[in-house]
Write a protein that binds this ligand. Structure first.
Ligand code: PLP
Length: 395
C-alpha cells in the first residue's frame, strides 16, 4: 500500500520514551526528564515581541519560498559576525528548522546507488534523511576519548566511488563532542581529491562550546564549493517551536533546494521569520547567559554521574548532552529474572524504577550508551542521578 520510500525510515526513537513518560505523569508519578533535545528557557522577550509585532503589522502572508530577503540579510550578517563566513543572500535558504534544511539538501543531492558517510554515534535523523532518498548511509567509527573525532582509517576505507556526501555534526548530538581544528583539517585533507563529495556541516549547536570558540567548517577553506553549512535558531535562541533553520552554500544548490521547498511547504512561517531577524540581529546577551548556565550544568551532571559506580562518561566540550557508557549494566539479570540486554532495555528499566527519562544509545548507533540531556534544572539533574544510582545498584 505504501511507497518503498516510507518503509526505509524508522519512527523517531524518542517517541516511545516520551509516551512512557507521559503515562507516568498522567498517573501522577514523579518524572525526571533527561531526554529533552531543547533548551528549557523561554524564547527571549525581544524575540517574542518581534513575533507579536509581526502579527500585528500583518506579516502573516506567504513569503518568498526560500525566506524573506530581510531574514537572509540578517543571516549573512550573523554568519560574518559570529562565524567569519562571507555569504550573499542568494546563497541562503531558510527552512522550517535545520532538520528541514538537512532533509531538503539530502533530497536534492542523493539518490539510489549513492553512499553518504555518517559518523557513529549519530543524531537519530541522519540515517533516515539519507535512506529516504534511496541512498545508503555508511557508518564510520569515532573515538569517544577524543570528543568523538573520526577514526580516519575507517573513514578512508569507507570512501569509494559511490560516496556522494558526508555529514558532520560538531558539537554533536548525542555525544556533545566538539572536533579539534586538527581533526577538521585532516578530514578536509582526506576529502581534498574528492570535490564531488558534498560536506554537510550541521552546526545547530555552534553557540554551545565550552572550551574553545566554535569554528565553522567552511572557514577552514572558504574556496570549497562543496561545503554546506546548516544552522538554526532553535537551540541558540530557545526557539525550537518557531521552526527556523537555514543552510548556506553553493548558489545552484540553493536554487534547487528553494525549488523543492516552493513545491512542498511553500515557505517557512512568516511570523517566525520576523522573530528570527530579531534573534539574529538583536541583543545577543541572553545567548551568552544561557551558555553559561549550560556550562555549569555540564559540570554538575559530570560530578553527579561520577558517583554512579561502573559507568564512564567523557567530558563533552559542547551542546547540552552527555553520553555515558553503561556497558557494565548490560546482559545482567534483574530481580524478576529478566535480562537487560540492550541500552533500550536499560533505559526502560531506569524509567520504570525511577521515573528518569533518558534516550537509549541504540537509536544513535551506540548500543552501550545512554543519552542524558542537561537542558533541565540543577534539582532535576541531581535527583535524576541519585535515582539512577539507586536503580543501577540493584542490578
Ligand atoms: N541537527 C541536530 C544535530 C539536532 O540535534 C537537531 C535537533 O535536535 C537539529 C539538527 C534540528 O534542529 P531544528 O529545530 O532547527 O530543526
Amino acid at each position: 500500500m505504501f511507497s518503498d520510500r516510507i518503509s526505509r525510515i524508522q519512527p523517531s526513537a524518542t517517541l516511545l520514551m516520551t509516551s512512557k513518560a507521559a503515562e507516568l505523569k498522567r498517573t501522577n508519578q514523579p518524572v525526571y526528564n533527561m531526554s529533552v533535545g531543547e533548551p528549557d528557557f523561554s524564547t527571549p522577550l525581544n524575540i517574542q515581541q518581534a513575533g507579536i509585532d509581526a502579527i500585528q503589522k500583518g506579516h502573516t502572508k506567504y513569503t518568498p519560498g526560500g525566506g524573506t530577503f530581510e531574514l537572509k540579510e540578517a543571516i549573512c550578517k550573523k554568519l560574518k559576525r559570529d562565524n567569519n563566513l562571507n555569504f550573499d543572500t542568494n546563497q541562503i535558504v531558510v527552512s522550517s528548522g535545520a532538520k528541514h534544511s538537512l532533509y531538503n539538501a539530502c533530497q536534492v543531492l542523493f539518490q539510489k546507488n549513492d553512499e553518504v558517510i555518517i559518523f557513529t554515534p549519530y543524531w537519530v535523523s541522519f540515517p533516515d534523511f539519507v535512506a529516504v532518498t534511496g541512498a545508503k548511509p555508511i557508518f564510520v567509527d569515532t573515538d569517544s576519548s577524543k570528543q568523538n573525532e573520526p577514526n580516519f582509517n575507517d573513514l578512508k576505507n569507507k570512501i569509494n566511488k559511490n560516496t556522494k556526501g558526508i555529514i558532520i555534526n560538531s558539537p554533536s548530538n548525542p555525544t556533545g563532542g566538539v572536533w579539534s581544528d586538527e581533526a577538521i583539517l585532516e578530514l578536509l585533507d582526506v576529502l581534498k581529491a574528492r570535490p564531488d563529495i558534498w560536506i554537510f556541516s550541521d552546526e545547530c549547536y555552534e553557540q554551545l562550546t565550552y572550551n574553545t570558540p566554535f569554528k565553522s567548517i567552511a572557514t577552514f577553506n572558504p574556496a570549497l564549493k562543496n561545503i554546506i553549512t546548516f544552522q538554526s535558531c532553535s537551540k541558540t535562541y530557545a526557539m525550537t517551536g518557531w521552526r527556523i533553520g537555514y543552510l548556506a552554500g553553493d548558489i545552484d544548490l540553493v536554487k534547487a533546494v528553494s525549488k523543492l521547498q516552493g513545491q512542498s511547504t511553500s515557505c517557512p512561517n512568516s511570523i517566525a521569520q520576523y522573530a528570527a531577524i530579531e534573534a539574529l540581529a538583536g541583543n545577543q546577551t541572553q545567548v551568552l547567559e544561557m551558555k553559561d548556565v549550560f556550562h555549569k550544568r555540564r559540570d554538575l551532571i559530570l560530578k553527579e554521574l561520577n558517583k554512579i559506580p561502573h559507568i564512564t562518561c567523557e567530558k563533552p566540550n559542547g551542546a547540552f548532552y552527555v553520553f555515558p557508557d553503561f556497558k557494565y549494566y548490560l546482559n545482567k539479570t534483574i530481580n524478576d529474572g529478566k535480562v537487560i540486554q540492550t541500552s533500550s532495555d536499560l533505559s526502560l528499566y531506569i524509567l520504570d524504577q525511577t521515573g528518569v527519562v533518558t534516550v537509549a544509545g541504540d537509536s544513535f548507533g551506540a548500543p552501550d550508551n545512554i543519552r542524558l540531556s542537561y537542558a533541565t534544572s540543577d534539582t532535576i539533574i541531581i535527583e535524576a542521578c541519585k535515582r539512577m544510582k539507586s536503580a543501577l545498584c540493584k542490578i
